[in-house]
Design a protein around this ligand. Structure first.
Ligand SMILES: Nc1ncnc2c1ncn2[C@@H]1O[C@H](COP(=O)(O)OP(=O)(O)O)[C@@H](O)[C@H]1O
Ligand SMILES: [Mg+2]
Length: 237
């Protein structure tokens, strides 16, 4: 990568983008709101913590900017340092003051594939599995891998968001998504070539989150009850 080229991009970020950009994360469970994006910058996507934009003169790079008050910037830089170069991941070209310049991954998130009625071949799922195994082999913990954090490009799978890969607690999102893919999508949805409206996808997303939270509470309640019961039976025995 040409250093002078990236320096020009960084200059544009500092002089054009950041002074005019207005983003807000209203709720950590929903995508950030972009209130103002200076011309000629274009929005690529939004996550729950950050907005991702590009400049038409630099079509192969994106700039990911964290919304004020949202954590994760330093961790994401650290994860990219660990990942190095891999075909299924982006690369961090520069990072400072809550923004990262990343290699642009061209593709459509699996979430948007469902909306557009695009067929998702098994290869995509397998590529993502291999990429996550690679990350794991480097001591990272693939975390928060869901439909808006993975992409499909020319029939291959990509992982677009690695910001939580230092979080050690188990995360079942990718395994649950795979189950839904093999049990629901492949046999039922894929042959119908359904275009799923965003509001339905959002209902699924929110129900999943609430369902997972309910299961977490239930599990901790049951494990507390088990501990109390075993203490009680020991003291009475
Ligand atoms: N390197 C990239 N190349 C292309 N698009 C990207 C890239 N990184 C992120 N995006 C797009 O921006 C969206 C939000 O980015 P993401 O990293 O998931 O933010 P957050 O950490 O807030 O969840 C993604 O769903 C994807 O559409
Ligand atoms: Mg994300």
């Amino acid at each position: 990568m040409d250093g002078a080229y990236i320096n020009l991009l960084i200059e544009s970020v500092n002089q054009q983008l950041l002074p005019g950009l207005l983003i807000e994360s209203v709720d950590p469970h929903n995508p950030v709101k972009v209130h103002h994006l200076p011309d000629p910058w274009r929005l690529v996507g939004t996550g729950n913590y950050a907005a991702v934009v590009y400049h038409p003169d630099y079509p192969n790079q994106v700039v990911k900017i964290y919304a004020p008050g949202r954590p994760g910037f330093e961790e994401e830089v650290e994860v990219y340092r660990t990942l190095g170069s891999h075909p299924a991941f982006s690369e961090c070209l520069y990072a400072k003051d809550n923004f990262l310049v990343l290699k642009r991954l061209h593709g459509v998130t699996l979430y948007d594939c469902m909306h557009l009625g695009r067929q998702i071949p098994k290869q995509v799922i397998q590529d993502i599995d291999f990429a996550l195994d690679y990350a794991h082999s480097l001591g990272l913990y693939p975390h928060d891998v869901h439909g808006r954090n993975v992409m499909m490009f020319q029939g291959r799978g990509l992982v677009v968001d690695v910001s939580d890969f230092l979080h050690q607690e188990t995360c079942s999102k990718w395994n649950d998504l795979k189950k839904a893919y093999y049990w629901l999508y492949l046999p039922l949805l894929s042959p119908l070539r359904l275009r799923v409206p965003y509001f339905v996808l959002d209902v699924v997303r929110i129900s999943y989150r609430l369902g997972a939270r309910f299961m977490d509470r239930l599990c901790s309640l049951l494990s507390n009850a088990t501990v109390k019961f075993s203490r009680l039976s020991k003291s009475s025995g």
